[in-house]
Ligand binder design. Structure first.
Ligand SMILES: Cc1cc2nc3c(=O)[nH]c(=O)nc-3n(C[C@H](O)[C@H](O)[C@H](O)COP(=O)(O)OP(=O)(O)OC[C@H]3O[C@@H](n4cnc5c(N)ncnc54)[C@H](O)[C@@H]3O)c2cc1C
Length: 417
């Protein structure tokens, strides 16, 4: 059995640690963040592959992953139903997944999870790999770099691989169910819901609320609103706080300028269906993330492998970030079972996950091309077919069969806000 180092203890790092720990390896996870990580992130769409992976992690059969919705709906700016379709899907949240995976560690004494440690650089020879960190040097047989989109490990081995800004941002947030009007809850709450202002896309779905509660009345609604910010100035303005401090690598949620939030809410009243406008108005702390593409040219260098967002970042339209990290972790576990803790295992891992990562990034780029085009040619006049957007966004490709569109019926129309 091997000594495995994992840089980064978010979902990707935890998935790798749990799977490799269950395979009997001694795993040390080194996470930069010092404090509690619960409460980070927002909603996550799940796919069959994620649920299968969680079972392989040892999740009991009866655990509650999230909230199941029966289908999807798109509203126009007045709140009328443009289209609806059946598409059962389970929606969860970053916090819920973190709680589930981190909660498995007490049963895995061979996994150490250490926080407040920053990975700086790597050295390796034919037999071992050494990770230099803020807490000294750690040594192992294999290093898994799960340190996210700006991975320090990737920068060392593949400095030419950099995130590419896509020209638009996602405003995100969670709004407690309890503060919403009945009209808003009836219009969107129990479905994966969309609104498509010209050149933009709003979507959202229910997730567990405070304390990870999925009880009716205690849930939250997660929204993602894609909006163009095509020029460096437009992006810089959004990434600058009210005191003029610029955060080029991403602005912390509590630093987003109140002016940007106020502008976004005013636009919501003008552009979005009333239910969505109410949700962005009442969301206590909207935050924003620039949308990037990241595609690695290689995933393995000797005893070092990239995993999760350190390897590939696909735009969120495919809703695959967490599932992809799980598929990476499963493939790595399988390769190490077949080849031991060796460079050969990491090459076998790369053979499987490099083409898969490229495919996901490409598909997400196609789905987002519409928002990008609107920003680039300065036009916001393009509109998209609601049924196509609902059928393509965040779907489970393995299970996907084009759903039957439902023409809005009088009953369906009655949930207009
Ligand atoms: C708008 C938006 C919507 C999304 N929606 C979905 C969705 O619906 N479904 C989905 O599956 N995914 C979604 N994602 C993507 C998803 O959040 C990530 O893909 C997923 O969390 C996998 O991340 P990871 O663990 O590989 O990296 P990260 O979550 O980025 O974690 C990297 C970790 O490494 C740590 N770290 C960084 N540098 C160092 C260092 N030098 N040393 C030590 N530690 C370090 C960080 O603190 C962090 O904890 C979305 C993303 C965005 C932006």
């Amino acid at each position: 059995m091997a000594d495995v180092l994992v840089a980064g203890g978010s979902l990707g790092g935890l998935m790798a640690a749990v799977l490799l720990g269950r395979a009997g390896h001694a795993v040390t996870v080194l996470e930069k963040a010092a404090g509690t990580m619960d409460g980070r992130g927002a909603g996550i769409v799940t796919h069959t592959a994620l649920e299968e992976g969680l079972r392989r992690c040892g999740m009991p059969a009866d655990y509650a992953l999230g909230i199941e919705v029966p289908g999807r709906v798109t509203l126009d700016s007045e709140g009328a139903v443009l289209g609806a379709m059946d598409m059962p899907q389970v929606l969860t949240s970053w916090s819920r997944l973190y709680q589930l995976l981190h909660g498995m560690l007490p049963n895995l004494p061979q996994v150490q999870y250490r926080q407040g440690i920053v990975a700086h650089s790597v050295e390796q020879d034919a037999d071992r790999v050494r990770l230099h960190t803020s807490a000294g040097v750690f040594e192992g047989d294999i290093l898994v770099a799960a340190d996210g989109i700006r991975s320090a490990v990737r920068q060392q081995y593949w400095p030419q691989v950099q995130p590419q800004y896509a020209g638009y941002v996602a405003w995100r947030g969670l709004c407690d169910e309890s503060v919403l009007s009945r009209a808003a809850r009836e219009a969107v709450f129990d479905r994966f819901s969309f609104c498509l202002p010209p050149g933009e896309q709003m979507l959202g779905y229910p997730v567990a609320g405070p304390g990870n509660s999925t009880r009716v009345g205690e849930r939250a609604w997660n929204f993602v609103w894609y909006r163009s910010a095509p020029t460096p100035d437009a992006l810089a303005q959004l990434l600058t706080d009210a005191d003029g401090v610029h955060y080029p690598q991403g602005i912390p949620p509590n630093k987003v300028s109140w002016r940007s939030v106020a502008g976004m809410r005013a636009d919501g009243r003008r552009l979005l269906a009333p239910a969505f406008a109410e949700i962005v108005e009442k969301c206590a702390q909207p935050f924003l993330q620039p949308i990037h593409d990241l595609g690695s040219s290689s995933l393995a260098n000797g005893r070092v492998a990239l995993l999760g967002d350190a390897a590939f970042v696909a735009r969120p339209h495919v809703g695959m970030g967490v599932t992809k990290a799980m598929q990476d972790a499963l493939a790595l576990d399988q390769a190490m079972r077949a080849h031991g803790p060796t460079p050969q295992a990491l090459r076998a891992y790369e053979d499987i996950r490099l083409p898969a990562g490229r495919q996901v990034v490409e598909r997400a780029r196609r789905l987002g091309a519409y928002m990008q085009a609107c920003g680039q040619d300065g036009s916001t006049a393009q509109s998209r077919d609601a049924l196509a957007v609902m059928a393509e966004t965040a779907v489970d490709l393995d299970r996907f069969h084009p759903p039957q569109a439902q023409v809005p019926t009088p009953a369906a129309a009655s949930f207009t806000a």
